[in-house]
Design a protein around this ligand. Sequence first.
Ligand SMILES: [Zn+2]
Ligand SMILES: [Zn+2]
Length: 473
Amino acid sequence: MIDTLIRGDCVATLNGVGAWEVAISGEKIAAVAAAGTFAERDAERVIDARGKLVIPGGVDPHLHCKFPQPLGTTSAPPAHVSRAALFGGTTTLLDFAVWERGETLQQTLDQRDADCWRGQCHCDYGFHVLLTGKIPPAILEQIPEAIQAGFPSVKMFMTEVRPERSNWRLDLGDIWEVLQVLSRHEGIACIHAEDNDLVMHMYEKMIRAGRVAFRHMAEVHSSLSEDISYRRIIRLAQHVERAALYMMHTSAQSGVDAIAESRARGFPVYGETLHQYALFSSDDYSRPNGQIYHTYPSLKTKRDHKALWEGMRTGTIGCIATDGICTPLAVKVSGDRIDNTVGGNAGVEPRLPVMYTETVVHRGWPIERFVDLVAANAARIFGLYPRKGVIAAGSDADIVVLDPARARSLRKEDLHEADYSPWEGYEVAAWPEITMLRGTVVVEAERFCARQGEGRLLRRKIPEAILNGPASA
Ligand SMILES: [Zn+2]
Ligand SMILES: [Zn+2]
């Protein structure tokens, strides 16, 4: 017996987009078949999705829940963020387990799950390991064990980001050591690339000149810094056999160019950008509460937008993430200088509808490309595919029905993230009618019906094809 049968005329499956029937049994997709294969009586429930778009649940590979913030606060916890994610059609979140000096990596990972996520998340989730500062040899030795345990991605900062910090950045020697361990044990490095010398130089220079208003952020966290740092880390990785890089929050043409050149030479380098980097520019910093558009490094120019969109079209940029840090407006706008503006943003909920609107509706791109950008590629790169990110027999039944009849102007009151949204007034061309997580309908007609804590920790393994070269991801 089939639990749920979804019938649609625009279903994005492994075998293309078209009229398909998706049969769901328990938590899995049992079959994807041509229209007319199954009868109504074969299924417990039939969902008629004709006239709508059926896609795999979104995978957001980069956000920060319950992360320390100013005014003695932390960003919203998984229960809150995952609820918003499901409303918007995202069913998998990848967060960070931040290693603290004195802990083993195993302790870091266990504590992150026990303290914040286990039993508290509505959708499925996983962690990148986040390493900061000076890396002791003992930690390098623990990385293979973490990879084996299902945590094969490690984030590293090349900059302190802000001048008051002194223990986030890894020096190039430590990054080199981590890359060697990752490459030998089938891991991938996630990089926050900015040139620390240039960023700190610009802080000093701008502060000396009294140009401290945050609207000048793009001069500090600049495209020159992105150029130098991307080329430096990519060059380093090219000296390590099979060192795969995932370049987080690419913001500038210089970053896109550096990724494209390395990929063209056959190196496994993958690009991520954020929906707000692709759609807001540094001009938006001058709007009222302009901080709400900001996350580090910084928004850039319209010319950079062109490069980001071209990168998304050609595959140089494979993933759209949120870099979500969900806070109230009061926290988000608590700083207004180049050296104290709060990073991260609200945006996990509208990510899928915004990207559908921009890619398929505004630019006429194939639905497959949209699905790659918001779900499939992140699943491929981070070792969740084909369990996540695809509608195929055997995959988890994480499915979203996007309904063009639910097109709307976004309002913070209708979203479930914060008391502000950078997407206020944005016209989305569709909105989820149904979000399904492992066969269970968790949102239907904008009613939330998930049970708290149903989300599962995902253990991952990076596929060979991703490590061996620039796989089409
Ligand atoms: Zn970052
Ligand atoms: Zn981040």
